[in-house]
Design a protein around this ligand. Structure first.
Ligand SMILES: Cc1ncc(COP(=O)(O)O)c(C=O)c1O
Length: 417
């Protein structure tokens, strides 16, 4: 049993803090290909990267002792601005909402709002098999049945709207679609979800935790004119989550939950007083850090960041396609890349890549293991080194016994394996 600290001298404390920073692998962040890291750094395409990140961190630091109660005046203004800016960008005329601790909390608050509007206990929620594990978690927490719609032909980036509609039960309270799925990067057919929601009088939430801060900029810059409408432009969409601490580039923890209008926020506040979030006290540091990031980057900054992430993604995809036995899962519209094989057992390769210092997520679907790599600006300059290690590891990978089929039904998305 550890004893409670008796106090330590400042030098020893600093050494201990340094040790813990190294344990957390902070100095190796450029090789963190998971969606963690300082995200925004200076690169040739983003010459202001470090300066903007430092200003966001400075805003976080200056608001670090604030709470959203008595000293929350400034943070509440910042929060309202972020909600207004992003909600408007996503096509809402009168957006309302709040800043959360991230995508899981945003999904929870959205479904609690749906529950409040439905005015019933229990019930069910329909979402495709590609939904994030937080959807299963919230169903368990709120005593709702998850009705998981299987992917057509085992392709988890695809969704069959007819199957979604067929899954709706008399007790269904909400549909959830995803814009930027973990770990496929696909965008569900939100237009079809909207029509189903309207036909059946259901609440529709769009989980844009990953896609919310990149899809609008890829669309509006003309990088990809084929992205289907997935936001408030689609009738029937009630709420959207978009994470500031992912492609929003802000320091964690910070996500958003945006409602189409004030009446939905009012329902959220009824079930989760006083502000609609799951929390009581909220620290204002993350709100200030996120506000600063959005205000400083603006549309031109996010467009440059999004294009940089996609250029790195494209370089990665091209490199992976040149490695025998490896495939990139089809269907990604964002900087999410799922690397897998139908002929090789990549488990030893994934282990060796980690021993070589690369950080990434690995999951059992498609089996037996696939690697999730999310290029972000802080990975600048790492792609060719990663590809050369990936090639070396794939070259020694044993053949797969039997097909490495994509199975449906993984209810908890693993970040390891
Ligand atoms: C699509 C999606 N939704 C929700 C989440 C949960 O976000 P958080 O970990 O910030 O709670 C994630 C996290 O990766 C995600 O990819």
């Amino acid at each position: 049993m550890s004893t409670f600290p008796s106090g330590i001298d400042p030098d020893k404390f600093d050494a201990e803090l340094h040790r813990l920073e190294r344990v957390s692998r902070f100095p190796e962040m450029p090789r963190n290909l998971f969606d963690e890291g300082p995200h925004l750094i200076t690169t040739p395409e983003l010459p202001w990267g470090d300066a903007v990140r430092e200003q966001s961190v400075e805003a976080y630091r200056r608001f670090i002792h604030g709470e959203t109660w008595i000293t929350g005046g400034g943070a509440r203004e910042m929060e309202a601005e972020v909600v207004g800016w992003l909600g408007g960008l996503l096509g809402a005329e009168r957006p309302a909402g709040f800043i959360t601790s991230g995508g899981s909390e945003s999904n929870m608050c959205a479904i609690l709002t749906a529950k409040q509007r439905a005015g019933r206990r229990g019930g069910s929620v329909v979402f495709p098999d590609n939904g994030h594990y937080s959807l299963h978690k919230l169903c368990r927490m709120f005593d709702l049945d998850p009705i998981v719609v299987p992917a057509p032909e085992g392709r988890l980036d695809l969704v069959d709207p007819e199957a979604v509609e067929a899954a709706v039960r008399p007790d269904t309270i909400a549909l959830i679609a995803t814009a930027g799925t973990w770990a496929y990067g696909s965008v569900d057919p939100v237009g079809a979800f909207g029509a189903i929601a309207e036909r059946h009088g259901l609440y529709l939430h769009v989980d844009g935790a990953f896609g919310g801060f990149i899809l609008p900029f890829l669309e509006r810059s003309g990088y990809d004119a084929t992205i289907p409408a997935w936001d408030f432009r689609v009738p029937g969409v009630c709420s959207i989550s978009a994470d500031l601490h992912k492609n929003g580039m802000a320091p964690p923890p910070a996500g958003t939950l945006l409602f189409r209008d004030e009446s939905l926020l009012a329902s959220a506040k009824e079930i989760c007083p006083p502000n609609g979030t799951m929390s009581g006290t909220r620290g204002t540091g993350p709100i200030a850090g996120a506000w600063a990031m959005v205000k400083l980057l603006g549309e031109p900054g996010y467009t440059a960041v999004s294009l940089k992430s996609m250029a790195m993604r494209d370089e990665l995809v091209e490199g992976v396609r040149g490695i025998e036995g490896l495939e990139v899962h089809p269907g990604s519209r964002i900087n999410m890349t799922l690397i897998h094989s139908t002929t090789l057992d990549l488990r030893p390769a994934a282990g060796e890549l980690r021993r070589r210092g690369w950080m990434f997520a690995a999951r059992a679907v498609p089996g037996p293991v696939s690697l999730v790599v999310v290029p972000m600006p802080h990975n600048d300059g790492q792609t060719s080194a990663f590809l050369s290690d990936l090639r070396a590891c794939a070259d020694t990978a044993p053949p797969l016994d039997g097909p490495g089929a994509e199975k449906s039904g993984e209810s908890v998305s693993g970040y390891g394996f």
